[in-house]
Design a protein around this ligand. Sequence first.
Ligand code: NAD
Length: 406
Amino acid sequence: MMSRFDAAAKLVGISDEMYDILKVPARQVIVGLPVTMDNGAIKVFEGYRVIHSNILGPAKGGIRLDPAVNLDEVRALAAWMTWKCAVVDIPYGGAKGGIACNPREMSAGEIERLIRQYTVAMLDVIGPDRDIPAPDMGTGPREMAWIVDEYSKAKGMTVNNVVTGKPLVLGGSLGRTEATGRGVTVAALSAMDKLRMNPYRATAAVQGFGNVGSFAAELLHERGVTVVAVSDISGGYYNKSGIDITAAVSYRNSNKGTLEGFGGAEKISNEELLSLAVDVLVPAAKEDVITEDNAASIQAKMIVEGANGPTSASADEIINSKGILVVPDILANAGGVTVSYFEWVQNRIGYKWTLDRINRRADRVMKDAFDRVFDTSQRYQVPLRLAAYIVAIDKVASTYKYRGGY
Ligand code: NAD
């Protein structure tokens, strides 16, 4: 995060003082969370919440449950959220939260008590006008519902816009589930348009077949692109005439969430998928899959980053020297936070939008953001990744200048 921030900050030409303001998080909170486990013993977990910036508006960012979570990771992820929200021009700052725990080894009751305890510990940090959590690794609508309940009890009224990513009945938004994959598709089609690539003649490979990857594959297919390969943790599946995405989704849904054993395709490895000669490569699984070790073997004409941080900073130069167009994560996967913002807006106005309205507005936000970043990349003659950071840093820095400080 910092190496890319540094490069963009230099190009925007912000002052040293502004650099320090944007580099240091506004607030970092560490809490001890005692929780009674099912066996009656009390275990103390460590929880974090970092608000990187609230200059553009209330801070926004997920809560992750993972044994490896630590303050440094949460700080980097919080800053990422600031840049992501600024790139798509939604009035949010950036935040992130985490609890160091292994949810796979905990019962639902233990997780519930932990989440409620975390909510109480963060009562003076989070809030619909201050800092709005959302799901991240290890959390989902269930955890968001517990946060709404605990926060609402403390405030003596129902406050459902304290989080986004809630179940629909609690004020969640239509379209949120598919929003990130949909945004990835809009970003890919916008990039194809710039490269004068006809979607109906284009091929794509998608790594990761979870929330982001499967919706991106489905929607790319719907827009005429031949998706020749998909993959998940069980490996890759290749068919040069195109994978039947609808069949792959229903196979996964009836097969404990994995593609293991999926027919109608040749089995390849995840590494092989990355180096296929396709037009569009969508890494949508996890971070650091494209590194300096395999970047030279990438043959795709463009990479659209569905995952957060799939390309390591050390691979950037190799990818750029090959002339591959990279639509960076903070732009390509911002469709999710955009519809989260729509969820919060709907909660505030007490009205539900139709799916059609949400999709149209989200597509417009993504398309406008892509055009803004593309124009900036032309003006500064830099890759899209740097251009996205330039757009974001410039927006936050100039807002700060108008607001002023002490
Ligand atoms: P998910 O858990 O729904 O899906 C992850 C997929 O990746 C699964 O199919 C899994 O089998 C596969 N996978 C895991 N390890 C793999 C490996 N080593 N090789 C190949 N495939 C592997 O997660 P998701 O919500 O789709 O998120 C994927 C990425 O997108 C993450 O980096 C996440 O941070 C990012 N992201 C998600 C959202 C969102 O709204 N869900 C928003 C922005 C960014």
